[in-house]
Design a binder for this molecule. Structure first.
Ligand SMILES: Nc1ncnc2c1ncn2[C@@H]1O[C@H](COP(=O)(O)OP(=O)(O)OP(=O)(O)O)[C@@H](O)[C@H]1O
Length: 349
């Protein structure tokens, strides 16, 4: 089932939580909505679900209007961070719940319910926990039950809101891999809300980066990391080193001294030169666009980073650069800073 979000705007009194958002989600795709707190991810998910309605715009499922359909008619499954399971029901009964409440022609005979529940418990690898109650499960096991319960109704769309948010890092990682694997087995269009970039980049076919109620970029995980469309996306995904400069006629200057870096297509005026720390290397002073003093050196396992203070920036500015472990360097040394891969954005944007 494909999903189209067309010009969706949502206001809470005077606050605009979603501002003319447009997005096409392919059938069977796993898409992640990624952004900082308050960027509108959950609001968009709730609108897709039918738990909330936009002030303007359309939501289409396979080209058909979804806004006029109730949650139930939309045939969506949900897994939330704290989607409480029914405490008084066993794991088996929790998963069977959505099938038992069906009425009329879609009601299944008991034998068929049993078959389906066992199939789902197998799928999420918790068949051995069928008789337990939620209080007797770990957080990770509970989320597997929540997922089996969401899948019981054979939804066309699966909505996941920070499903692993309450779990510790190791379990999160394990469930993340497992969810990706599961998604390959079950034909469902999935929308995952997360503020965890690692989760989004590892799990999703495509990532939608949101900021302040707008979509900043939609792309493959590699694309949003390697080719951020805006300074916001660069800052939000991965680590960023921000170097100062001024764009003039497609070239960059610092205090009128040409930096020898390219700013094609960037409007004249203050600019931000953004790079990843591993893309900024230390060079002999005078041979690189920037120079400064090493303030500190830090080693984390195989990585060594230097904090370098750039004085020519006006206000002293401290940036981080990567230093190979075998490069001779001392605190207090004067060094050059060479960004060998970088993106330039107008600082006015
Ligand atoms: N019912 C509401 N009434 C008023 N404001 C709301 C309501 N729901 C959400 N908002 C506001 O809309 C904005 C977007 O909220 P939303 O929950 O969609 O963000 P989010 O990106 O999911 O954030 P988080 O990662 O913290 O869950 C926030 O500023 C929030 O305070």
């Amino acid at each position: 089932m494909s999903i189209d979000i067309v010009g969706v705007t949502k206001r809470f009194k005077t606050f605009t939580a979603l501002d003319n958002v447009g997005l096409h989600i392919n059938g069977g795709e796993l898409i992640a909505l990624l952004g900082p707190s308050g960027s509108g991810k959950t609001t968009l998910l709730r609108i897709i679900a039918g738990l909330d309605w936009p002030d303007a715009g359309e939501v289409r499922f396979d080209g058909e209007d979804a806004l006029s359909r109730s949650v139930r008619e939309r045939n969506v499954g949900f897994v939330f961070q704290h989607y409480a399971l029914f405490r008084h029901l066993s794991v088996y009964e929790n998963v069977a719940f959505g099938l038992r409440v069906r009425r009329g022609a879609s009601k299944l005979p008991e034998a068929r319910i049993k078959e389906r529940v066992n199939e789902l418990l197998n799928l999420v690898q918790i068949d051995w926990l069928a008789e337990r109650y939620p209080a007797q499960l770990s957080g990770g096991q509970r989320q597997r039950v929540a997922l089996a319960r969401a899948l019981a109704i054979s939804p066309k769309v699966l909505l996941l809101d920070e499903p692993f948010g309450a779990l510790d890092a190791k379990v999160r990682k394990e469930l993340r891999r497992w969810l990706r694997h599961l998604h390959e087995e079950v034909p469902v269009t999935s929308v995952l809300v997360t503020h965890d970039q690692e989760e989004a980049l590892e799990l999703a076919d495509r990532v939608v980066v949101m900021g302040r109620g707008k979509i900043e970029q939609v792309g493959s995980p590699a694309d949003v990391y390697q080719n951020p469309a805006t300074a916001f996306v660069h800052d939000f995904i991965g680590e960023t080193v921000a170097l100062p400069g001024e764009a003039r006629g497609g070239a960059l200057f610092l205090r009128d001294v040409p930096l020898g870096l390219d700013a094609q297509g960037v409007a004249d005026g203050p600019a931000r030169i953004l790079a990843r720390p591993h893309e900024v290397e230390l060079a002999p002073p005078g041979s690189a666009p920037f120079s400064g003093k090493v303030l500190a050196l830090r080693t984390f396992g195989p990585i060594r980073r230097a904090d370098v203070q750039i004085a020519a920036a006006g206000e002293p500015l401290v940036v981080e650069a990567s230093v190979p472990l075998d490069q001779q360097i001392e605190v207090g040394a004067l060094v050059g800073l060479l960004p060998h891969r970088y993106k330039v954005f107008s600082a006015r944007a």
